[in-house]
Design a binder for this molecule. Structure first.
Ligand code: FE2
Length: 445
């Protein structure tokens, strides 16, 4: 009897027990919950010839978007390389190899090919979706999933994850009504689907529905946070809403609690820590010595140069903690990345390096240079990944730079964008007042 996954794809080299564990790991990944790495390690111990067990381990290490696990990625791929495998399985191994080699876009395309041929391959869809996120491809965030959707039905295991991913794709494409409906349905189908909770949280964020956002995530905190390795990011979204209500004590409590209180070490979590402190600082909130701790947590990754989006967030912590030694490590890593190969050349040269210098100028009070740098990078910032909500940091920084340089016209222009998209926020009115008050040197110069 051929061992298959829950969608009927053969699983080469798997015992029934290993196949069962693969299903468990996939379910964990689909909810961002539990420890799928441990589950798969057990599966490959049970069946050392289990190709998709090794492939999925490689994918999990890659989705960390960090340099350090790359050795583990290569070990997993090496373990699978000489094993008998189906064309679908070989496709996974080739795509994971591409990503490990730094070819993020090629990996995303190879996963597209798998999804076109095998639209019910949930793992290919999900890793592809994450790559679309990490490379800032809003269209494929939506359409990779939309292509496969006709081949799926509600009775299939993991259908909630398909809806959750499609919801996020619609959200990043500005189709908020569809996004919200799909995300809510996904959570109905599986209340522990942290990605679906997140998709709806993004809708609330983008549609200026701050109170509703707090109510949404408050509906069942345990469902999206307990045992979830995506919890920090959803806590970060909750903190963003509170920041919009000027509830800074609550934001700092969330920062000191579930966002950073547990001493995170992963880039995924540390990005949120940096981004939240930077936003607080832009609002003039005294963040105490928190930057110091965040900089310490980022320190081991200062010289990574693997993913420009992470490097910029690490650099924010080094800048604000006064760690010029570590900041120089990031700059050196950026120079090496640009001189290297793979897609991080573009991520870094076009976005990461110029953005770091613009934000450094802002932190050092050179507002005119910061404004020029941020304006240059803003239209292409999606190329180094992240969501619209995350990249709002650039807009907020640009407004601050424009105000600080006394360029009232520029400040008013950028704030006017927010008057349209985020009209009811207290922060929009506050920024508008500050923009009106920013007559000065920039215009005279
Ligand atoms: Fe998000």
């Amino acid at each position: 009897m051929t061992i298959q996954d829950s969608s009927g794809h053969p699983l080469s080299g798997a015992s029934p027990r290993a196949a069962e564990l693969y299903g468990v790991a996939l379910g964990q990944l689909q909810c961002y919950r539990g420890d799928p790495v441990a589950t798969l390690a057990e599966a490959t111990r049970d069946s050392p010839g289990f190709v998709m067990g090794h492939a999925m381990l490689a994918w999990l290490y890659l989705t960390a978007s960090e340099a350090e696990p790359l050795a583990l990625v290569r070990q997993s791929l090496q373990a699978a390389r000489s094993l008998p495998a189906t064309p679908r399985e070989l496709g996974h191994l080739q795509a994971a190899t591409s990503w490990a080699d730094g070819a993020w876009h090629r990996a995303a395309r190879q996963l597209e090919d798998i999804s076109i041929a095998y639209p019910r391959d949930a793992l290919a869809l999900q890793i592809g979706h994450l790559l679309d996120f990490l490379t800032g491809d809003a269209r494929m965030l939506r359409d990779r999933i939309s292509r496969a959707r006709p081949q799926w039905s509600e009775s299939m295991p993991g259908f909630h994850a398909l809806l959750g991913m499609q919801a996020f794709g619609f959200e990043e494409s500005g189709q908020y009504d569809q996004a919200e409906a799909l995300g809510r349905r996904a959570v109905e189908l599986n209340p522990q689907d942290a990605w679906a909770w997140h998709a709806v949280a993004h809708v609330m964020e983008m549609q200026d529905r701050v109170d509703e956002g707090i109510a949404w995530l408050g509906e069942d905190v345990a469902a999206w946070s307990e045992g979830s390795f995506f919890a920090v990011h959803n806590w970060w979204h909750l903190a963003l809403y509170h920041l919009e209500r000027d509830e800074t004590a609550r934001v700092l409590a969330l920062f000191d609690g579930p966002i950073f209180g547990h001493g995170p070490t992963t880039a995924m979590d540390l990005v949120d820590a940096s981004a939240m402190l930077w936003r607080l600082q832009l609002r003039g909130v005294d963040v105490g010595d928190r930057w110091k701790a965040v900089a310490e947590a980022w320190a081991p990754q200062a010289g990574a140069g693997w993913y420009a989006f992470n490097d910029v967030h690490a650099a924010l912590a080094f800048l604000c903690a006064g760690r010029s030694d570590l900041l120089e490590q990031v700059r050196e890593a950026q120079r090496q990345a640009i001189a290297g190969s793979g897609d991080n050349v573009m991520f870094t040269a076009e976005v990461g390096a110029p953005l770091l210098e613009a934000l450094a100028a802002l932190a050092q009070g050179d507002h005119g240079r910061a404004a020029r740098g941020l304006r240059a990078v803003r239209p292409i910032a999606h190329r180094f990944g992240g969501s619209h909500a995350q990249r709002d940091l650039n807009d907020l920084s640009l407004i601050e730079a424009a105000i600080g340089s006394g360029d009232r016209a520029l400040a008013e222009a950028v704030v006017a964008e927010r008057v349209t998209s985020k009209p009811t926020r207290a922060s929009t009115a506050a920024l508008l007042r500050r923009a009106w008050g920013s007559v000065g040197a920039g215009q005279a110069a």
